[in-house]
Write a protein that binds this ligand. Structure first.
Ligand code: NAD
Length: 481
């Protein structure tokens, strides 16, 4: 594997004005490679390149089907190179190789979906009587700045890049410091499908430096941010100063409500995917289970057996889907999660499974189930962003909803029951952007995703997301009588 990776600005691979950053393999704790670090001047060149391409009209003037075909081809490029991308993604991020394949396949799906949508962004004609002809069009904002987190670096970039390009924007992507390497394939894909130099720029830099420079750049026309609440507030503030719109996809503390009439055996699969996929580093992770007291013991027994069935080790050792979990992204993140477990225990939580750092090099944490958690504990309110599930109990439906809605977040929520009325009532009452009934993560690229409350605003995925990347223009024509 290459030991030094550069940024991609205006169609050229370049060093960074801020030097280099070490990329660590969290599966071993050892250095993997170095990546160029962009400074504010690099960001400025990338934004200016993107602006030049936008203003030239080379993308926005195309017939949408032509743009759509290029976007779709980018997805196919990712699939054609899935093995090499997956290897790098696993080495830099820690997830098992098979999970990297899932992520890259998901990323390709965004390009397929939004490539298809490119020619569906239609305006309308508004009747103003016989003397006028009026119509609306949707135009791209121009330069879309996209700031990416480390948990799904490929999928998160794909999510915004595909929709932005499909609607005719040009892009500057700020990759995460911890996992910048795999994003290089978006540059290769852009070149392979014939996008002009400067249409897609990809650079790694520190959040405080390159990230802040990008989000406050006066020539950026729209911002998409996925990451933590604190950074989201900083970015929204910067966007407000320049009066540009932004989409914020922030964290979550999402809850599954499990009723006494739920299929408890089927719920084991929800636990497997909901909290242990990507070692729980998923914004929409099922980090709380609120279970009816009458089925608490049986459900805990089932969840503990899921946690204990998983082997934990370096992601490169797991090319095939199976009962395994990889490293967390870094020892810092792992130690933070372990500290939150210790604090929860001090507050009265009980470790029913896992709970400890693994005694081996790398950022490993045991799959963990905490019981005796109450709604006032920090672990029931703060995002752990690790393989740590908190179990709370309820006795009435109203109480379950109150606990589920009791955090400042509102990304997703779930209800597990065989009673349709109960499910639809809960779906209405849960304050979350997505509600899953009887399957955690039900939905797909087609279904809108985004938060209530501190989980952010705007929607990614689905047709809703297209409107993040376009602005409405109304054209009113006075006709000669
Ligand atoms: P983070 O906010 O620390 O970093 C995210 C990105 O923002 C990184 O690229 C970082 O360099 C950049 N950044 C940091 N400070 C900045 C600043 N002042 N200005 C501009 N950019 C800056 O988040 P993280 O730790 O990388 O990711 C974990 C968080 O992301 C979790 O809270 C998780 O829930 C959230 N997340 C949300 C979604 C979603 O779709 N809702 C998806 C993935 C992750």
């Amino acid at each position: 594997m290459k030991t030094y990776w550069q940024n991609y600005i205006d169609g050229t691979w370049v060093d960074g004005g801020a030097g280099r950053i070490d990329v660590i393999n969290p599966g071993t704790g050892e250095k993997l490679a170095e990546h160029a670090l962009a400074d504010a001047a690099d960001v400025d060149r990338a934004v200016k390149a993107a602006q030049r391409v936008h203003q030239s009209g080379v993308l926005s003037d195309l017939r949408p089907v032509e743009r759509g075909r290029m976007v779709q081809a980018m997805g196919r490029y990712l699939l054609d190179h899935i093995d090499e991308i997956a290897q790098v993604l696993t080495l830099e991020q820690g997830k098992p190789l098979w999970e990297s394949h899932v992520e890259i396949t998901g990323a390709a799906r965004y390009f397929e979906y939004y490539g298809n949508q490119a020619e569906t962004v239609e305006g309308r004609s508004i009747p103003l009587g016989k003397d006028y002809f009026d119509f609306t069009t949707y135009e791209p904002f121009g330069v879309s700045a996209q700031i990416i987190p480390w948990n799904y670096p490929i999928e998160m970039t794909a999510r915004s890049l595909s929709a932005a390009l499909a609607t005719g924007n040009t892009c500057v992507i700020k990759t995460p410091e911890l996992t910048p390497l795999s994003n290089a394939w978006f540059a290769h894909a852009a070149e392979a499908v014939g996008l002009p130099d400067g249409a897609v720029n990809i650079l790694c830099g520190l959040g405080q430096e390159a990230g802040a420079a990008l989000s406050s750049h006066p020539q950026v026309n729209q911002i998409v941010f996925t990451g933590s609440v604190a950074t989201g507030v900083a970015i929204a503030t910067a966007a407000a100063q320049n009066v540009v719109p932004c989409v914020l996809e922030l964290g979550g503390k999402s809850a599954a409500i499990v009723h006494d009439d739920a299929d408890l055996e089927a719920f084991e699969t929800d636990v497997r995917w909901g909290i242990f996929f990507n070692a729980g580093q998923v914004c929409s992770a099922m980090s709380r289970v609120i279970v009816h007291e009458s089925v608490h013991d049986e459900l805990v027994e089932r969840m503990v057996s899921v946690a204990k069935s998983l082997t934990v080790g370096p992601g490169v050792d797991h090319p095939e889907f199976g009962p395994n979990m990889g490293a967390m992204v870094s020892e810092v993140q792992r130690d933070r999660a372990a500290r939150m477990i210790t604090e929860a225990v001090a507050e009265g939580a009980h470790v029913a499974a896992g709970g400890r750092k693994m005694n081996q090099p790398g950022a490993f944490l045991e799959p963990t189930i905490l019981t005796n958690v109450t709604a006032d504990m920090a672990v029931a309110n703060d995002e752990v962003f690790g393989p740590v599930l908190s179990v709370l109990t309820f006795s009435t439906d109203a109480q379950a909803i109150e606990i589920a809605n009791g955090t400042p977040y509102g990304l997703v929520g779930g209800v597990f029951t065989s009673d349709l009325n109960r499910a639809t009532t809960a779906a209405r009452q849960l304050r979350a952007g997505q509600v899953f009934v009887n399957e955690w993560y039900a939905g797909g690229v087609e279904t809108p995703f985004g938060g209530y409350g501190k989980s952010g605003y705007g929607r990614e995925k689905g047709r809703e997301a297209l409107w993040n990347y376009v602005q409405t223009k109304n054209v009113a024509i006075k006709l000669k009588g």
